[in-house]
Design a protein around this ligand. Sequence first.
Ligand code: SF4
Length: 504
Amino acid sequence: MQTLSEKLHRSSQFLVGVELVSVRGSMAGGRAQKSRTFANQLVELPGVDWVSITDNAGGNPQMAPQALAKPILYAGKEVVIHLTCKDLNRNGLESEAWQLSSDGFHNVLAMTGDYPVGGDGGTAKPVFDLDSIGLIALLDKMNKGFDDRSVKTQFCIGAVVNTYKQKEGELLPQVMKLRKKVECGASFIINQVGYDARKVHELRLLMNHDGMEQVPLIGNVFVLNSRTAVMFHERKIPGVVVTKELLDLCVRHGQSADGGEAFFHEFAAKQIAIFRGLGYRGVYLGGLHNGASIEKIMESERSFSPDDWKGFAREMRFSREGEFFLYEEDPLTGLADPAKRYPRAEPAPPGFSYRLSSWTHDIAFTPGRTLAKLGAGACAGSKDPAQGPAPLRALEHVSKRLLYHCQDCGDCSLPEIAFLCPESQCAKNQRNGPCGGTRDGRCEVDGYGDCIWLRAYERLKSEGKEEELLAHVPVLQNQGLRGTSSWANNWLGQDHTRTQQPNR
Ligand code: SF4
């Protein structure tokens, strides 16, 4: 039997994966019964190539995916385990990955994860020690042989991209992060839930043009009903958009005698046809709870003629007013025109605080410059080099607190995020690009304002440097430096930048 990796990389077969959402409770409990029944049906369905099992979906506590996954795997079906950074630190994730490998799970979908919203006795403390890039890099390192004594793991690492973004400064950093995920070891990509064929098309075009044409791209088909359409429209799931037009359509069909089932199944079948027509390697079906629905959807898709998807693509255009695209629309097809890049907005002039921060950084922290050498000498000669001389430490503490709401993490990412602090201004402390959750430019977590990565993009764009946003190697924050001087750590090559400038 072919593994998922073999199917993805050594066949041209159009693949079908199905999402199985875990439940809160044990395998023996009533809640798990439905999921177990569905899992058994998925095992029996020959058209299903893999089952994907969620990890505390939506930021709520649930049974670990392996419990549902083991019977599926042992029955001979490929399984993709979702692994997210919200509930485990890097040691927990590594430990989990060793366990998965030992149990025979070799397919992992690596994600940052939703911000926790639930927990026994109150909301759980979010972790986000790593982000999706850090997790992909960790799994890739395990695949290459973690150390001299480790057997190489065989993870087929998947990642997610969300291009259903409203603003230029949301969409382009997502694209840059996608490149980074592939560079770091992601070997297949699934796009976010969405309902716009033009965005679907431009993601395929972008990957083709950016040297990622060999990376299997899987289309996300979340089968709607009127209830989930309302939930998505109300933005209850970060990063997922259902426009008012699509909502009205779903509500209207939801009032029919079958609750809209026939309509929603055909709608999903049309989405599959579009993904197939646009050269995606397969689909990832979500929002389903029984095998019969999957069969009906697949049967409906099989009934279409080869070119029908082009008409469906014209219908499946639920974008928002003023939404940013990568390419202009081709008026003949309603899809993306690869010959015409979508116009970008004029940059705003750089702000004073950004210019000041940038100038200060250049003169004081560029390796080899006089101030950097003096700083390194002063810190190396001080009583505690990790803190540096007391007056300098006091100056750092006060100035960075006032200017950036610095949290004294000791491993500063300000220069990589256009002088915006991920500790104080990003709910998930993202150091390698935005998570997928922004809502029209704003952080998915209330109270954080505009996403720092959108702001960073705009700051860099003001100097024509926006393409440099994620040009650095992946940042793995060293938590052991917390409470020490980030200036001293930078000058003495103790922070994450030591991997960026090995000859400093
Ligand atoms: S600031 Fe941006 S990257 Fe950070 S959690 Fe919010 S949406 Fe995600």
